[in-house]
Write a protein that binds this ligand. Structure first.
Ligand SMILES: [Fe+2]
Ligand SMILES: [Fe+2]
Length: 136
């Protein structure tokens, strides 16, 4: 599976958020690197933990901006965040709970597809609103 590369199609035109999305992409790439080079479960587990924590921070950042600037589509957007966190938390539980559970191509594909679709779909929708409120 190819690594995910940042490109302008992924930009939401808000620099602070683009930077966070780049970090998420790098973390997913690190997980994939670690998986394909057969790194230990401990290494994979650390990267997975980090991804979960950073995802949570990033969602909190976006949701705080929505609240501060009265974003009308907050509810739908937040629902997508919650569904993703619960799915990744489940995967993480399976990973830590079973020594047989491996992060496979299907998991990597789910993570990369979700992130790209979310950034280009619902994240891109808030750009005009937040930019008009001066968010950078
Ligand atoms: Fe985002
Ligand atoms: Fe989002």
């Amino acid at each position: 599976m190819a690594l995910l590369n940042w490109n302008d199609n992924l930009s939401v035109r808000i620099p602070s958020i683009d930077e966070q999305h780049k970090v998420l992409i790098n973390m997913i790439n690190s997980l994939q690197d670690a998986m394909s080079s057969g790194d230990s479960r401990a290494v994979l587990g650390d990267i997975f933990d980090g991804l979960l924590k950073y995802t949570d921070q990033h969602f909190t950042y976006e949701e705080a901006l929505f609240a501060e600037h009265g974003y009308p589509e907050t509810e739908d957007h937040t629902r997508e965040h919650k569904a993703f966190v619960s799915k990744v938390t489940d995967l993480h539980k399976q990973f830590t709970g079973s020594s047989n559970f491996m992060i496979g191509v299907d998991v990597m594909k789910f993570l990369t597809d979700w992130l790209v679709n979310h950034i280009q779909g619902v994240d891109a929708k808030y750009s005009d609103h937040l930019l008009s409120k001066g968010v950078r």
